[in-house]
Design a protein around this ligand. Structure first.
Ligand SMILES: Nc1ncnc2c1ncn2[C@@H]1O[C@H](COP(=O)(O)OP(=O)(O)O)[C@@H](O)[C@H]1O
Ligand SMILES: [Mg+2]
Length: 351
């Protein structure tokens, strides 16, 4: 690529980034326009803060020199939403506020090396949250997908449909979420309802019929999860293994990150590389999975331990959901601790 080509590409990226700010503004107007109680304003504050974090950690670092003024104005607009939300929350009494905070919803990215157990944990956490009466969106962000099986949909195709996508020459892989579709409309109308009412979506598979399909959905999925700020929804992202996904900001939507480590040495190495990349003020929780009696990885003391269990391995081998097939297995029981941790955190920590 020569300099002229590189500059042409940068300009396309920059035009796309500018276009994307308009989407964020529409999301904020939609969410802010409906905020009528403390819960609604907590959601507004969280959504604006989430976009602000993305602005700092990603958009600001991309060399979009031609839109600096636009980025500054956008940042000011987001800060204004935070200010409005805070003003609306000032007079709320402590009990009411705690109640609203507990209903706000969890936004969790599950990362780690391939085979560590991300999919088993994501799917089981999603089902458990739904059984507690919560609204849950579970997204398979791995192009070697498995969430549809583990969640109990027996491999049903849950790929984000083409009708919510549009081409944009500046978006990574050339596609994005349609500008006239709000993220919450994608969740309401274009996701699959699984057992216990869990909403499921995915990037789709690489290869097979349509080689490009998983690439087309990547940016749209990130835009959807990042912009889906409905207050009473939990969002779980089952990320692709390895370091490219944090680099591409798959976890941009998340306030909390679970790093799953298996007993293998390389699993620990991957976790150590991932942790500083995904942190950025997010809570990070190390979950050791599939351990029998192997020692912990040095420097990666687990917050939660999930034991190896043959029944889970067998359920998964058959393409069935562990929570349906072996609800009393030690693995499933231990995953309940992950749910407890985040549900109780959302009651204590204000965002
Ligand atoms: N605690 C566990 N006990 C037994 N088998 C497990 C456990 N956790 C995961 N597995 C098995 O290990 C394999 C990898 O798990 P998976 O959740 O697909 O990992 P990832 O999504 O991180 O690649 C699967 O075959 C799964 O059934
Ligand atoms: Mg997986």
């Amino acid at each position: 690529m020569d300099d002229a080509e590189r500059e042409a590409r940068r300009l396309k990226r920059e035009a796309w980034a500018a276009d994307n700010l308009g989407r964020q503004t529409r999301v904020m107007d939609d969410l802010g326009g409906r905020a009528a109680d403390p819960l609604g304003w907590l959601a507004v504050r969280r959504q604006a803060s989430s976009y602000l974090r993305h602005l700092q950690s990603w958009q600001r670092s991309k060399g979009f020199t031609g839109i600096h003024a636009m980025l500054d104005a956008h940042e000011a607009g987001l800060r204004d939403w935070v200010g409005q939300a805070e003003a609306a929350l000032v007079g709320v009494d402590a009990d009411e506020r705690r109640d609203a905070e507990s209903r706000l919803g969890i936004r969790l990215a599950v990362i780690g090396k391939g085979g560590a157990g991300k999919t088993v944990i994501s799917s089981t956490v999603a089902r458990m949250l739904a059984r507690r009466g919560r609204n849950v969106l579970a997204s398979d962000m791995d192009v070697n997908p498995g969430l549809s099986y583990s969640v109990g949909l027996k491999g049903r195709d849950v790929t984000m449909p083409l009708e919510v996508l549009e081409e944009n020459p500046g978006a990574a892989y050339g596609w994005q979420l349609r500008q006239d579709v709000l993220p919450r409309e994608v969740v309401e109308k274009h996701t699959v309802v699984g057992p216990d009412g869990v909403r499921v979506t995915s990037l789709g598979k690489i290869g097979e019929i349509d080689k490009e399909s998983a690439k087309r959905t990547v940016v749209a999925m990130i835009q959807t999860l990042l912009g889906f700020g409905e207050p009473e929804w939990d969002v779980i992202g089952d990320l692709e293994a390895g370091p490219t996904t944090p680099f591409e900001r798959y976890h941009a939507f998340a306030d909390d990150v679970v790093v799953v480590v298996g007993p293998a040495w390389r699993s620990g190495m991957t976790a150590r590389r991932l942790l500083p990349m995904v942190g950025e003020g997010r809570s990070t929780t190390i979950v050791a999975n599939r351990f029998r009696d192997e020692p912990d990885h040095p420097g990666l003391a687990p917050h939660i331990r999930i034991p190896f269990d043959d029944e889970v391995a067998e359920a998964e081998r058959l393409g069935l959901s562990p929570i349906d097939e072996c609800p009393d297995s030690p693995t499933v029981k231990a995953i309940e601790q992950v749910v407890e941790l985040f549900v109780s955190q959302s009651q204590e920590v204000s965002v």
